[in-house]
Design a binder for this molecule. Structure first.
Ligand code: ADP
Length: 352
């Protein structure tokens, strides 16, 4: 189980006969979107012919279910979200179990199923693996690759700023993850921010929460209360209904600049959630894009940031172009050791 495989597929109850999302959720807690069935036992993909074409059941050691794991401790909490460290009973392997409580409505169910379908298919060393999903008692359960260093947000709080040479090594991994999402999978993350970049003792940095935050944000009151989600959004996100992959590039620039300077790139007044949301939107739309100061940072870093932070999405570089940016390779000779940096400079990594 140490190696990432496709999301495990577990046999389900008799699938519902309805093909409309209006009848999405059955009494057994199973729902269907296209060829995807989800219930408390997991996800099953069926062929276009629906119930007639069940996939082969995976070998037992490929499956993970809630009954197979022990909860070790809570490692994170958010709005209606709890993340626990869990251990697989038979293999002793650790996972992060993310539980998202939601009173799910029909339209959200449809979107959620689509997001899960995408999440399941992501397989990249720079994206946190999602091994299994469940839906049970108004909550989604995601069994994720466990990242023992926590999030970049947690790390940043400890170290305050990240020196450029280390930031280049971090940034390179994030750009590779974005390159995979944008150019290989043709998907947009939509919520790149420091808490969605996870680190581990191997010095790895991985993008997480693909689709998840979008689901949470669009569900019930979350859209208004979870203002943090808006801080890293490009200006076009507030005005245009459709936006593209370059919107993630803006977020990347904001995150990297924050890591370098130790503060959020815009000064935004904090006067309650409604005003704050408005202030965030107004600031991002009206202010000039933030820049890295040439007095403090290398020309390469300043150029990288301005390649990301262009108000016109078309003027931003793509992930593919950013991979070639000199900032990402200028410190290669130093052979930066992120493993010891994450272990020694932050908190001790999450202990078991
Ligand atoms: P947020 O709502 O801040 O984006 P989440 O709700 O996804 O964050 O997770 C809360 C915290 O749980 C994260 O900041 C991180 O410290 C921890 N966490 C989330 N996923 C994992 C994981 N796969 N491995 C280890 N820790 C995780």
């Amino acid at each position: 189980m140490a190696k990432r495989g496709p999301l495990n597929i577990i046999s389900l109850d008799v699938p519902p006969q309805q093909d409309s999302l209006a009848k999405f959720l059955t009494q057994s807690g199973t729902f269907r979107e296209g060829d995807l069935f989800v219930n408390k036992d997991g996800i099953r993909i069926v062929g276009n012919s629906g119930v007639d074409a069940p996939p082969p059941i995976k070998p037992l050691d490929d499956q993970i279910s809630l009954a197979d794991v022990d909860v070790i401790k809570v490692i994170g909490k958010g709005n209606n979200v709890i993340v626990q460290l869990v251990q697989h009973k038979w293999t002793n392997q650790f996972f992060a179990l993310k539980v998202i409580h939601m009173n799910i409505q029909e339209s959200d169910r449809k979107r959620t199923a689509k997001e899960l379908e995408i999440n399941r298919s992501l397989e990249c060393p720079y994206v946190v693996a999602c091994y299994q999903c469940f839906y049970q008692n108004n909550a989604f359960y995601l069994i994720l690759e466990y990242m023992d260093g926590g999030s970049l947000l947690d790390f940043l709080r400890k170290v305050r700023t990240i020196p450029e040479d280390h930031l280049a090594a971090i940034c390179k991994q994030v750009v590779k993850g974005l390159h995979y999402l944008h150019h290989q999978k043709h998907v947009i993350h939509r919520d790149l921010k420091p808490s969605n970049l996870l680190i581990n003792h191997l010095g790895e940095v991985k993008i997480t929460d693909f689709g998840v935050s979008a689901i949470v944000a669009s569900t019930s009151a979350q859209a208004n209360t979870n203002v943090g989600t808006y801080y890293y959004m490009g200006p076009e996100r507030f005005s245009e209904e459709t936006y593209g992959a370059r919107s993630d590039i803006w977020s990347l620039g904001m995150v990297m600049l924050e890591c370098a300077t130790g503060k959020f790139p815009y000064a935004i007044p904090d006067d309650g959630w409604a005003a704050t949301y408005y202030s965030v939107m107004q600031t991002i739309i009206e202010q000039p894009p933030p820049r890295a100061s040439p007095d403090e940072f290398s020309p390469e870093f300043c150029s990288f940031i301005s390649s990301c932070l262009q108000k016109d999405p078309k003027a931003r570089l793509s992930a593919q172009q950013l991979l070639e940016h000199p900032f990402l390779s200028m410190y290669d000779d130093l052979a930066i050791d992120l493993a010891s940096y994450f272990t020694n400079d932050g908190s001790p990594l999450t202990t078991l």
